[in-house]
Design a protein. Structure first.
Length: 370
């Protein structure tokens, strides 16, 4: 069973179709919330290390509890992991130290030119080079693995790939493509961000989380915010080599996740019906948005595997202008600021809502453009 959110449109609140909010929450989470509040468990601490949640994640993702680092959402994980990785990798090699001091290229970030913007921005803030791998709308933003290989031949680095990608919505790398890179470049680090992987049918794409125990140079991040509809609960986790997890744990105190967060996350993982329902609903609504938006002149919508669609203007219009017009209608969409020398002025992203919300968006989208 799945909890379907309120379908009516509240005119007093903006319809947020830009941030990646989850649309549906598992019924098991509602039941867990009722049980939790009924026994007044808010007065009790959770376990210091959230052992029950670690064990549940380990069963689902094919890892050991020692491979799991929990935190309040993916943002704090990002802020900890990037500096820790860079410190570890640069300090372990005199040649990398020299490169870092002379050119900031001791252990660069290697990532597609369309990606989750906080990673390259965080890298530049701490003085690192960012090597953008070009992806093109002409081939639906597919990543050329030869480019990854050629870049790593020049020197080790942190390869960051959101898979499926944010904001383009496409699966960027398969297990079969990743494993040879992991084995060929053991001194590099490969961070596969699987924040949206639950939206993809596992029959067409297998997640890579279970590879973490085999490859110490692989990191995989996940979140409960999107597919499980628990954005307000703030639960994220990283899967990594147990020694690296311990280095992160030393920087923080215990009791990061409360008992309510833990029970909601466990219930979400153990709900047998939710993800199948979610994929079916998203596939239907994604197709509806894609087809309806693409009917308008000058709008190109790209294929997506996630809970959002990625589009651009092909006729010199600016996404920022569309954003302003829709905001006046009470609708918020996502546009993209420049990163280094890259600009994304024509591009915008629309996150799926309920059927009623999507219908409302399409009506106003058509109105402001025509």
């Amino acid at each position: 069973m799945v909890v379907q959110p309120q379908s009516s449109i509240d005119p007093t609140r903006p319809l947020n179709l830009g941030l990646n909010d989850g649309t549906y929450m598992p019924q098991a989470c509602v039941d867990a919330l009722r049980r939790f509040t009924h026994r007044l468990s808010l007065r009790n601490y959770s376990s210091a290390d959230n052992d029950a949640l670690r064990e549940a994640i380990a069963r689902v993702d094919g890892v050991k509890p020692a491979n799991i680092f929990l935190h309040n959402g993916s943002g704090p994980i990002l802020k900890l992991v990037c500096p820790q990785l860079i410190r570890d990798r640069i300090k372990s090699s005199p040649s990398r130290v020299f490169k870092h001091l002379t050119s900031k290229n001791g252990f660069p970030i290697i990532t597609p030119s369309f990606t989750y913007c906080k990673v390259p921005r965080k890298a530049t803030e701490i003085g690192l080079k960012v090597h953008f791998l070009p992806v093109s709308p002409d081939d639906n933003f597919q990543l050329d693995m030869n480019l990854v290989d050629d870049t790593l031949k020049k020197g080790d680095g942190l390869v960051y790939i959101v898979n499926p990608n944010n904001p383009t919505g496409r699966v960027m790398i398969s297990r079969e493509q990743l494993i040879p890179l992991l084995e060929r470049y053991p001194e590099s680090r490969f961070w596969i961000d699987e924040a949206y992987v639950q939206y993809v049918d596992p029959a067409t794409h297998r997640p890579v989380s279970d590879l973490v125990p085999r490859y110490p140079n692989l990191l995989v991040s996940r979140t409960f915010s999107f597919a499980y509809g628990l954005a307000a609960a703030r639960i994220g986790y990283l899967l990594a080599d147990s020694e690296f997890v311990r280095s992160l744990e030393k920087q923080l105190t215990d009791y990061r996740l409360g008992g309510l967060q833990e029970e909601l996350a466990i219930a979400a993982l153990e709900d047998p019906d939710h993800l199948g329902f979610l994929r079916e609903e998203c596939s239907r609504e994604r197709q509806r948005l894609t087809e309806s938006m693409a009917r308008l002149a000058g709008v190109q919508v790209f294929p997506s595997d996630t809970n959002f669609v990625f589009a651009r203007f092909t006729d010199q219009r600016l996404a920022e202008d569309l954003q302003k017009k829709l905001k006046a209608e009470g609708i918020l969409i996502k546009t993209f600021e420049p990163i280094l020398k890259l600009r994304y002025d024509a591009y915008f992203r629309v996150t799926l809502g309920t059927a009623a919300e999507n219908e409302h968006f399409l009506d106003r989208f058509s109105a402001v453009l025509t």
